[in-house]
Design a protein around this ligand. Sequence first.
Ligand code: PMP
Length: 284
Amino acid sequence: RYAYVNGRFVHHDDAAVHIEDRGYQFADGVYEVIPVHDRRLIDEGPHLDRLEYSLNELRIGLPMSRRALEMLARELIRRNAVTYGFIYMQVTRGVAPRDHKFPKKTPAPALTMTTRQLPKPSAEMEEGYSVVSAPDMRWKRPDIKSVSLLPNILAKQKAAEAGCQEAWLVDENGKVTEGSATNAWIVTKDNKVVTRRADNSILSGITRLSLLKVMEREGYELEVRPFSLEEAHDAREAFLTSSTNFVTPITRIDGRAVGNGHPGILTMKLRQAYIEQVVHGEGG
Ligand code: PMP
């Protein structure tokens, strides 16, 4: 298995970065996870758009042209024979003697890529996920896909210790912002799909964006607004979206059954439509 590290393909076991890389010192960097399905990248364009957005917000340069990034990603997927899974890319501000402010002489941004092979996802989801709620303790710019993920890690660990697959983060107003690594959705008793606006308070998920397009095409009723944890507890259905989970039903929140405790009907329709139109289709 290979990794890409600052200009070279190296064996994954030998892949290493400098200890004064600002990503290592300060988490001064960003990342992307692009899903691979049947050897193809899903929604590559929007993922690279978001990478550029994150870099721009932090005033880190794009390490190379988009075209070159795309070629490298494809080459790594080919070398590692990835069929299903994802490619991970990380860009940091680069290597410089440790000092909080940006280095005077701008270092070359550091670029690394790795891949992961995962089991082939299925259209059916027999069991839904369970989630626990946790306070959203993140900084005020989760729209930047920064590698600084301590609050996300702690929330996900809380979920794991509670036997759950994800944590839903709740802001100081009692509203769910998003999951530790997924976007959050509910379906109301009158079959309206609810998700909050992608402002600075959440990461604008690429799966979320593509699903919104699918829903518009199919004429689903949508309400873009924050929802509270109580509303989620009482919702008919709940689900999450992310690049590796697609659309995944949630059947328990804080130990309480959502709806009848089984994956929601509307949720499963959305999962299938997403898989047909985005995963198997041209991609969003
Ligand atoms: N929110 C957070 C905090 C995430 O880390 C992720 C995963 N990248 C998502 C939402 C879902 O985003 P996407 O659909 O682009 O994977």
